[in-house]
Ligand binder design. Structure first.
Ligand SMILES: [Zn+2]
Length: 154
């Protein structure tokens, strides 16, 4: 999923649990579970691995990262939930941490992170390996609808 979707789910988990440690753990777990749903980024990632259409992959990740920060800033900035801030922060951090680790592994080829890379893509490709991926534009539209609707639950 996009970082925006993961971060939104992490914020919701943080608000729901009200406990930073629980929020972090549940946010982390949510990343793997949500990634199981095919979400259209396989081709983008495989092109990146084959060193094709690099710019598109970098632009996608950059835009996603900036939108994720904006969405979380808007979600938290207008809410009187100061007492929940640590939980929301830890929920968001837990929910996006796996993709940070993947990014670090990809950028620096750190061998001892290989197991984590395998674990991540075990979940990420669980369904799409068997039945294929969905078109990226539909996946992005569905995630945008989810992020907008999710604001009502926050
Ligand atoms: Zn991921």
């Amino acid at each position: 999923m996009t970082l925006t979707t993961h971060a939104t789910i992490g914020a919701l988990i943080g608000a729901a649990t009200g406990n930073p440690f629980l929020a972090f753990g549940a946010g982390l777990l949510s990343h793997f579970l949500v990634d199981i749903i095919p979400h259209g980024d396989r081709e983008l990632y495989e092109n990146h691995k084959r060193k094709q259409k690099h710019r598109r992959a970098y632009a996608f990740v950059t835009i996603d990262g900036i939108v994720a920060v904006m969405v979380i800033a808007l979600m938290t900035g207008f809410q009187p939930v100061q007492y929940l801030n640590a939980s929301i922060a830890m929920g968001v951090i837990g929910s996006i941490l796996p993709d940070l680790i993947i990014g670090i592994h990809e950028a620096f080829h750190i061998k001892w992170l290989r197991w984590f890379h395998r674990l991540h893509f075990f979940f990420h490709n669980m369904i799409s390996n068997r039945w294929g991926d969905v078109p990226l534009r539909y996946a992005l539209f569905a995630q945008a609808v989810f992020v907008i609707v999710a604001q009502r639950w926050f």
